[in-house]
Design a protein around this ligand. Structure first.
Ligand code: G
Ligand code: G
Ligand code: MN
Ligand code: NA
Length: 253
């Protein structure tokens, strides 16, 4: 297939870029983590977003190569991120296939041994759809990674069909409230109830909570009042290339 050829060329020829979107502690108004988000610039000048190629890549072994590319880019970017003052973790998105074999365990084991990464540098984001393939296999892989020190966050929480089973079965330390709930929770009673319940559930389970898609100060204030202090969204900043993230941290300092 054409797209699969283009994608494997993109991996080999280093055509991807990694952008970073800050996750902000809204109480101290400081960036505590950044989420790495893939971008694929085209020769035409257009930049493809992950939703335009990750779903396709996720159905093939290409996704393993893409995830490995992301890990290596994060390892390469870490010294610069540290120098900019981002002392906390980098969030990396995984796909279903990443959790269905031991490749990732071996690759990360090697990177830890080489000193290119520390487990505490990274939090992996998984979605519910990532583990439904084979929950037991995902559990084995995630447990191994967890023993190596890596933590897991559930992305888009509440939008899948097995969110609660996932919390019971897997080593999860953070829940990200899907932005579809955050978008209208001030005016939609159902969304509001869901947001409140996710916050309570997370607290009960000793998980931290991140609210995604925070787009204005009213949302931010109400989320904080409800106990969700970590925010990600355009109210703070969009995903930025490394160089622009540096300018941002200088403005903050
Ligand atoms: O940047 P954007 O909002 O378009 O990203 C949308 C989604 O694409 C993310 O929430 C995530 O699920 C997925 N995504 C972004 N970067 C990566 C990546 O490096 N690997 C995987 N597997 N998914 C990614
Ligand atoms: O991992 P996830 O699929 O949630 O990736 C986050 C995506 O959400 C990014 O691709 C980014 O473009 C998008 N995004 C980030 N902040 C906001 C926001 O405040 N509002 C909306 N609508 N989208 C956002
Ligand atoms: Mn994510
Ligand atoms: Na998300």
């Amino acid at each position: 297939l054409r797209l699969s050829q283009q994608l494997s060329d993109a991996v080999r020829q280093n055509q991807f870029e990694l952008y970073y979107q800050p996750i902000v502690d809204s109480v101290s108004n400081t960036t505590c983590c950044v989420e790495a988000l893939l971008r694929w610039p085209q020769a035409s000048g257009k930049v493809l977003l992950p939703e335009e190629f990750i779903p396709f890549a996720s159905r093939s072994p290409l996704i393993n190569a893409i995830t490995y590319w992301v890990l290596n880019r994060v390892a390469d970017d870490l010294p610069a991120l540290r120098q900019m003052g981002f002392s906390h973790c980098i969030h990396i998105n995984l796909s279903a296939k990443d959790l269905q074999n031991d490749n990732l365990v071996q690759q990360l084991g090697a990177m830890l041994q080489q000193g290119r990464l520390h487990a505490s540098d990274i939090i992996f984001e998984i979605t519910e759809t990532d583990v439904v393939d084979d929950l037991q296999k995902a559990k084995v892989v995630m447990s191994k990674l967890n023993q190596m020190g890596f933590e897991f966050s559930v992305d888009d929480f509440g939008t899948g069909f097995s969110s609660l089973v996932l919390l019971r079965e897997l080593p999860i330390s953070q829940i990200k409230i899907d932005r579809s709930f955050v978008n209208n929770f001030l005016i939609n009673d159902v969304s509001r109830a869901i947001v409140c319940h996710i916050i309570e559930l997370a607290t009960e389970l000793n998980c931290s909570v991140v609210a995604e898609g925070v787009e204005n100060s009213a949302d931010a204030a109400e989320l904080r009042r409800l106990g969700a202090e970590l925010h990600q969204g355009w109210f703070y900043t969009e995903a930025l290339p490394l160089a622009k993230l540096g300018q941002l941290s200088q403005q903050q300092a």
